[in-house]
Design a protein around this ligand. Structure first.
Ligand code: BEZ
Length: 224
């Protein structure tokens, strides 16, 4: 009988060290190593010169100043060549006025997409699906998203995940559903009966001992 562990693909999972890669991009060769100390959003798109991908790349580019404020570098990727990427982003600038300012990896040999499990063969044997890997300054994979080729990502959600991770790390708290910076945060569950009883006496907003929220005083929960 094959154990679940044996069946595992070896692909990165939340909490793993992000696999290091080098690759050619629209801004010259990069290595993930060069980004140590920064947050990174590594995202793949299926193909240059396709409609949904174009809407996504513009939406991410428009939010890039917000990512920068939070110390986040954006890195795009598809299996198209550098000349294709260049032609695409020049066309986007010419037609829409949006100058794409982050690097896009040309993963023609599919090295990075294979390393990160970005090709889902039942969707396409040759092109990446829409993946997002959020990597922290210690180069640990902190969150992953996978969308099919036909559905454009919500780039506000990618930024919200960054805000959530940075706030959770800074304040040792958890983040409730649909949280936005400034909203109350969740206090992690108590691990003893004594702590469960203690927290009920605090000035927290509690549904019961296992679900208590608090406001982050003195700031809006946004760490940048
Ligand atoms: C698109 O970006 O529109 C797209 C790309 C690949 C497959 C399907 C849609």
């Amino acid at each position: 009988m094959i154990t679940a562990e044996e069946k595992s693909t070896g692909l990165p999972r939340i909490g793993d060290a992000a696999p290091i890669f080098d690759g050619p991009t629209t801004q010259g060769p990069i290595s993930l190593d060069d980004f140590k100390g920064n947050w990174v959003v590594l995202f793949s798109h299926p193909s240059d010169f396709t409609p949904v991908c174009t809407t996504e790349i513009i939406a991410l580019n428009n939010l890039q100043p917000e990512f920068k404020k939070r110390g986040v570098e954006l890195i795009g990727l598809s299996i198209d060549s550098v000349p294709s990427h260049i032609a695409w982003i020049r066309n986007i600038e010419e037609k829409t006025g949006n100058k794409i300012t982050f690097p896009i990896i040309a993963d023609s040999d599919r090295y990075v997409s294979t390393l990160y499990g970005m090709i889902h063969p039942r969707q396409s044997k040759t092109h990446t699906v829409r993946c997002v890997f959020i990597i922290d300054p210690g180069q640990i994979v902190r969150a992953m998203l996978y969308y099919p080729a036909s559905i454009g990502r919500n780039v506000d959600e990618i930024l919200r995940i960054v805000d959530s991770l940075q706030t959770a790390d800074k304040h040792s708290v958890s983040i409730p559903a649909n949280w936005r910076p400034g909203d109350p945060v969740v206090i992690p569950s108590p691990d003893t009966q004594e702590k469960a009883e203690e927290r009920m006496k605090e000035d927290y907003e509690c549904i019961d001992w296992y679900l208590c929220k608090k406001n982050l005083s003195g700031n809006d929960g946004n760490p940048y």
